[in-house]
Design a protein. Structure first.
Length: 679
């Protein structure tokens, strides 16, 4: 790997034509070339390194990262310098990681980690510790990976970083799953699911569902596995991730296949195949062809199975997938093997063996060596069969594929027995029996451990679920209480509103009714007022008329008096006596009669309501004669007329007025006539 700047420029020059459609690399390169500031160039170089590594240009990616480190070192006092430096070393680590050099990958991650720890980038520290764990996990050193993942998880929990915490739990789940500790794997996958759900990180939720589904498949809990994959499928369909949707369909198809529900297995594998064809995922299409071939084989549809296997084979040849090509050759050979068409079976097996040896595919070699040996055993060609069992055994031993050893020893025992090598046959059969017993014992122990872990897990889950149910019940009770209170408040407010509306309507009606009553009362009062005014006017008129008649009567009496004086000069005694008697009788017709006074008083009271009562209350010592005088004064009758009406002289009236003034004692300077008018 070249590390100088010149190579960096050359790599970029040759990389540019590969991305003529404005790829991320091309865009980042143009951005880098336009930048004026070194700080921005450091950032762009890191981003460019990541994009180049994703594009498979590891040398250029490495050169960009190294250039970023060198440029960063020249910038003095840049606060984000250490932070960017951690990303540069991480970029170099990723290059080595993708090349399979996990030791150098780890060394560069540890450099980044040291910088992050010194600078106090706690969140970055958590991520880098996880990356160190990845370098151990991918190398199969699970026991050393776990402490790093656990440490990263603790930091993420302290930071309340649920996303990073969920990622750590998923890594721990994957690590325990790889160790065969399904119970622990379930615990961490479930914890990851919980953390992702708390932040509604749907991508992580779906990822956890898939991981849980895979563990449940291993434990043959197919109903639970289906539930997980269908949950993941709903998320992927909602978010339109076609690659993930196709993967879910494929996994669901595999589960139905394991349940021997071949119709549904076929249905979901075909759904997965359709999407893979739509998006042009050729490796995925090849996998689907192989899976569909296995389904058709299980349905005893030999032609259908061979058709799918051969379609997959052609596609793998087209895309250069040698591993899958070798696997499909074994599948086709197996079809002919089952038909006892040994010639064709061996032809396909031999092709697969040659290719598997070339690419050093251990799994395919184990499979193909064993299959060829079985054909030769059936053909009783024990020498040839022994050749292939002898090839198979070291592959199994060197790669610690101990679970496959029993079948190899069983084939060898059969070969030795057939060739009369009973001691070797006995040794191999004994090894077969012991390994098989150990395998079953180990499997039983693993199952027992898994059951115990599952029990503990389910117990914890039950406790969590119980706590969650209690919490939900509490929340539901609180919500119910709030709902009841809200309903009560709404009911009360509604009732108040109804009462208010009724009250307002009643007030309106009352107001309208009161207005009607008021109008009626007002009309009645006006009517009574008019009536009273009319009655007062009538009474005043009567009083005036009566007073006028009294005045006329008084005037007439005055005339009689004058005539009496004239008669005194008459000479006829008899005539004189007669006239005098007549005039005296007339002279006695004065107001002082009780009937006249009562009539006058009645009319006067009608005009001046309560006058006599008020007068008596105010001046209780007044005599009837004085009251009569006051009444006549209130009617504005002059002194002479009063004298005539009362049958006294004007002088008597004047003196009576004087005495009366002294008795009622009006305010000094007050005109007595005006005072009487105010009474």
């Amino acid at each position: 790997m070249f590390k100088n700047y010149l190579f960096f420029i050359i790599c970029l020059f040759f990389a540019t034509p590969l991305f003529s459609k404005q790829s991320p690399v091309d865009s980042l390169l143009q951005l880098y070339q336009r930048e004026q500031y070194d700080t921005a160039k450091v950032r762009d170089l890191n981003n460019l390194s990541e994009a180049l590594n994703d594009a498979g240009l590891s040398d250029s990616a490495y050169s960009c990262a190294m250039r970023s480190i060198a440029l960063n070192a020249t910038i003095k006092g840049w606060p984000r310098g250490p932070y960017c430096m951690t990303y540069s070393y991480s970029a170099i680590s990723n290059v080595y990681f993708d090349e399979g050099d996990f030791k150098l990958s780890r060394e560069n991650t540890l450099k980044a980690l040291s910088i992050a720890q010194k600078a106090g980038y706690t969140q970055r520290v958590a991520r880098l510790i996880k990356d160190v764990g990845d370098t151990y996990a991918v190398a199969g050193d699970y026991d050393r990976a776990i402490p790093y993942y656990e440490n990263s998880l603790k930091i993420s929990e302290a930071l309340n970083d649920r996303k990073s915490g969920g990622d750590c739990c998923n890594n721990l789940g994957n690590t325990y799953n790889s160790k065969g500790e399904n119970g622990m794997a379930l615990i961490y996958y479930t914890k990851a699911m919980k953390l992702y759900k708390e932040i509604d990180y749907t991508k992580g939720i779906a990822m956890s569902d898939v991981a849980l589904g895979q563990v449940h498949i291993t434990e043959e809990k197919y109903d639970l596995a289906l539930s997980n994959f269908f949950d993941a499928l709903r998320i992927q369909e909602k978010e339109g991730r076609k690659v993930k949707i196709a993967s879910c369909y494929t996994n669901i198809g595999e589960i139905y296949f394991k349940q021997a529900d071949y119709s549904k297995a076929l249905e979901y594998h075909l759904k997965g195949l359709k999407i893979k064809q739509e998006i042009g995922n050729k490796p995925g299409i090849a996998n689907s062809y192989e899976a569909l071939g296995q389904v058709m084989k299980a349905k005893a549809d030999t032609a259908g199975a061979l058709n799918y296997f051969k379609q997959g084979l052609a596609l793998c040849k087209e895309i250069g997938d040698k591993k899958k090509y070798a696997s499909l050759l074994i599948d086709i050979g197996g079809m002919y093997h089952d038909q006892e068409n040994d010639e064709k079976a061996l032809a396909y097996y031999q092709q697969s063996m040659k290719l598997s040896e070339e690419i050093k595919d251990i799994d395919n070699l184990d499979n193909v060596y064993g299959s060829i040996a079985k054909i030769y055993i059936r053909q009783k060609k024990y020498t040839e069969a022994e050749t292939y069992t002898n090839k198979r055994l070291p592959v199994l031993m060197e790669n610690q594929m101990f679970d496959h050893l029993p079948s190899c020893y069983l084939d060898m025992s059969e070969i030795y027995t057939a060739t009369n090598r009973y001691k070797e046959a006995y040794t191999c059969y004994k090894l077969y029996s012991e390994l098989n017993a150990k395998r079953f014992s180990r499997e039983n122990t693993q199952k027992l451990t898994a059951i115990e872990l599952n029990y503990e897990f389910e117990k914890k889950q039950a406790a969590i679920q119980s706590a969650q149910q209690q919490k939900e019940a509490s929340i539901q009770a609180e919500n119910s209480r709030k709902q009841i209170m809200l309903s009560a408040v709404i009911t009360i407010l509604t009732l108040i509103l109804v009462i208010a509306v009724l009250f307002i309507n009643r007030q309106k009606l009352k107001s309208q009714k009161d207005k009607v009553i008021f109008d009626q009362q007002e009309a009645l009062l006006l009517s009574e007022k008019h009536k009273a005014e009319e009655e007062l006017l009538s009474a005043k008129k009567l009083l005036d008329n009566y007073t006028e008649s009294l005045l006329q009567k008084s005037n007439m009496i005055e005339d009689f008096k004058e005539e009496i004086e004239k008669l005194n000069s008459l000479k006829s005694e008899a005539l004189y006596s007669e006239k005098i008697e007549q005039l005296d009788s007339l002279n006695k017709l004065i107001i002082l009669t009780n009937d006249d006074w009562d009539k006058f008083k009645e009319l006067f009271e009608q005009v001046y309501k309560g006058f006599f009562v008020r007068l008596k209350d105010k001046f209780p010592t007044l005599t009837n004669a004085e009251i009569r005088l006051i009444c006549l004064m209130k009617l504005n009758i002059d002194t002479k007329q009063m004298a005539n009406m009362l049958g006294v002289s004007p002088d008597t009236i004047t003196k009576t007025k004087y005495r009366l003034r002294k008795k009622v004692n009006p305010a000094e300077g007050t005109d007595f006539d005006i005072f009487v008018q105010s009474l």
